[in-house]
Design a protein. Structure first.
Length: 226
């Protein structure tokens, strides 16, 4: 039997995800989680203290294209989905929603939340965004409706190359971080804090956010990627 400190996550294909039961609740939780994730991303941007690796990349690309941050997030999400094709991965409903909703939410947040005007305000935005991001990640993962485009790219590469999730995730995030930094994306203390804290935060929230599915076998927990 699973304890309260463990999460039961199933390895389901897209059709099985929709047939696994409790779909209305899972859809609501998915959308709430994705919106909160985008909200947290907006708080990171407004803190000015540094972004997570993928958002450093998004910000760097934005510097050269002049599009909104959320538009870049959506475009990169769908670009990542194209890379699923040679990896023979199938997106779930949550995958498509992830590619769209987070970008809309981050633009909405940036339109409403001003840039921090003091160090205290900046740290409040950073810490608040970090905690909300951890909760949001647990919510959308716990809905069990498919990984995000970037998460699926990581797991697909790991499966096709035979390398560990840890190695592939590290290599992928260091690559996008380096490219984003070279393009002018914001790297700072928030980048380091995110790398250290996001895994434990998602792990903390996940047992309370994972929706148990009908006749669900126990599965190992997938690694999380922002």
């Amino acid at each position: 039997m699973k304890t309260r400190g463990q999460a039961e996550l199933a390895d389901l294909n897209p059709i099985e995800q929709l047939r696994a039961g409790r779909l209305p609740r899972r859809l609501v939780q998915l959308l709430v989680g994705l919106w909160l994730y985008g909200f947290a991303m907006g708080l990171f941007v407004r803190s000015g203290l540094g972004l997570d690796p993928w958002d450093v990349f998004h910000a760097g690309v934005q510097n050269h294209l002049g599009l909104s941050f959320g538009t870049i997030v959506i475009a990169v999400g769908f670009a990542a989905l194209l890379l699923w094709i040679p990896l023979r991965q199938w997106p779930g409903l949550g995958t498509i929603a992830n590619a769209i909703v987070i970008g809309l939410a981050v633009d909405w947040t940036l339109a409403l939340v001003p840039r921090a005007s003091s160090p205290v305000g900046a740290w409040a935005l950073l810490i608040g965004g970090l905690v909300i991001n951890g909760l949001a990640g647990a919510l959308y993962i716990g809905a069990q409706l498919g990984p995000g485009p970037r998460d699926g790219l990581m797991t697909g590469l790991a499966r096709r190359t035979g390398r560990s999730i840890r190695l592939v995730r590290t290599a992928l995030e260091l690559t996008v971080l380096a490219i984003g930094w070279a393009l002018g994306g914001t790297v700072g203390v928030g980048t380091v804090l995110y790398a250290v804290a996001i895994g434990p935060l998602v792990q903390l929230f996940l047992p309370w956010c994972t929706i148990r599915l009908a006749a669900q076998p126990a599965q190992p927990e997938p690694a999380f990627a922002g």
